[in-house]
Design a protein around this ligand. Structure first.
Ligand code: UD1
Ligand code: UDP
Length: 371
């Protein structure tokens, strides 16, 4: 097991699972422990039939803040890589686990493959944007999902020979997890999702940590219910914590709030929903595979391809969100237009390309694929 795959949060597990399966006996799963609840971690290992990680760290030491979490994980990962050196380390995305994984590998002299490289929101207030920049400097192979992401990397001085356009592994993860149509109906019925429902998620600090924005978001979701489109909200623990801290439990009253659901359940709900409302990165990509309209409650996005293709649109929480939702829900031609629009995130074979890149890097061979 000489190719270590570092992951720590829900989206990393989802997007790296197809690659881990392809790596077979060469893959070594290293879980940082950043997400530790079964609903954010174990459930996804089960969804993808992944074995227990070869190594599990205590990433929840992050209670002390970003420096503490990234610092502790970098130290612990570096110790593990020193004790049993892999020949390549794969990291995905832009979380604190991603940053720590890339730093630890680099400081140990081990080549780093960055999956989903080159995303840029331009918003330095986002922890993820800084993590992307840090990992972009350290990585030895950059697996960009799209041509735009590759251009972002070149614009920040990355050697073009180290960049490959692979597509995003979320496409194959979605195709793997999406239940058959009859099963989708069963899931929707079993969860008690109302007719014409809107599926929403929220966990970005820009929405959860500012009481005014959180109140505006929850207020506009409740308003959609009053307009005949009740909102189903699988609530992320960060958001649940802030709702409690700010004394906003009453703002959840008009919504159907459930705990985070597993990947097949989420995709079934997303497929059957009339509209998606989210600040999630992964959901912006999945909307393009499921052909669903999405309102992104953000001031910026690192996924402009989904906006350009007509799947998503940025909105402010509050009146703008409510008005945009009403317009989309009244647009009879929308579903047909989206059905015929290809996903900008690839063909479902990104993991195969990334596997070949990781193996080449581990074996000291030239990187395969187009430069
Ligand atoms: C993290 C990532 C974010 C990613 C998201 C996916 C960073 C900086 N952020 O955000 O990029 O989009 O994961 O969901 O890496 N908590 C639990 N149970 C858990 C994990 C967390 O209750 O299993 C609670 C804890 O109170 C914790 C808070 O959620 O302090 C936030 O968790 P954390 O991992 O720091 O950030 P996320 O908001 O989940
Ligand atoms: N997701 C899920 N259950 C939920 C909410 C989301 O399985 O209750 C999945 C969703 O399908 C997507 C991923 O989680 O693949 C997105 O993760 P998240 O929004 O936590 O992180 P981000 O993508 O914003 O980094």
């Amino acid at each position: 097991r000489d190719i270590a795959v570092v992951l720590g949060t829900r989206p990393e597990i989802i997007k790296l699972a197809p690659l881990i399966r392809l790596l077979g006996d060469r893959g070594r799963i290293v879980h940082t422990g950043q997400h530790y609840d079964s609903a954010l971690s174990g459930a996804f290992f089960a969804n993808f039939g992944l074995r227990e990680p070869e190594l599990r760290l205590d990433g929840a030491a992050g209670a002390g803040g970003r420096g503490d979490q990234i610092g502790t994980l970098t130290r612990d990962l570096a110790r593990a890589f020193t004790a049993e050196p892999p020949r390549a380390v794969v990291v995905q995305g832009d979380t604190n686990s991603t940053s720590a994984g890339a730093q630890a590998a680099h400081y140990c002299g081990i080549p780093v493959v960055h999956v989903e490289a080159g995303l840029r929101s331009g918003d330095r207030a986002m922890p993820e944007e800084i993590n992307r920049l840090v990992v972009g400097v350290l990585a030895d192979a950059h697996c960009a999902a799209t041509a735009e992401a590759a251009a972002n990397l070149r614009a920040t001085g990355t050697d073009g020979d180290r960049i490959r356009i692979t597509g995003n592994t979320v496409v194959e993860a979605t195709l793997h997890s999406l239940p058959a149509p009859a099963e989708r109906d069963r899931i929707v019925r079993e969860l008690g999702a109302p007719a014409d429902f809107v599926l929403a998620t929220a966990h970005r600090p820009e929405n959860t940590d500012r009481p005014d924005r959180l109140a505006a978001l929850l207020g506009s979701l409740a308003e959609l219910g009053e307009l005949g489109h009740p909102v189903l909200l699988p609530l992320h623990p960060r958001t649940r914590g802030r709702v409690k801290e700010f004394g906003m439990e009453h703002l959840l009253a008009g919504l159907t709030v459930v705990d985070p659901v597993d990947h097949p359940t989420f995709l079934a709900l997303a497929d059957r929903a009339a509209l998606l409302v989210s600040d999630s990165g992964g959901v912006q990509e999945e909307a393009t595979v499921l052909k669903k309209p999405l309102l992104v409650v953000r001031t910026s996005t690192e996924r402009p391809e989904a906006v350009a293709a007509g799947f998503s649109r940025l909105v402010e929480p509050g009146a703008e969100l409510t008005a945009a939702a009403r317009a989309l829900l009244a647009d009879d031609g929308l579903a047909g237009r989206l059905r015929d629009t290809p996903s900008p995130y690839g063909d479902g074979r990104a993991s195969e390309r990334i596997r070949a890149i990781a193996v080449a890097l581990a074996d000291g061979a030239p990187l395969p694929g187009d430069a």
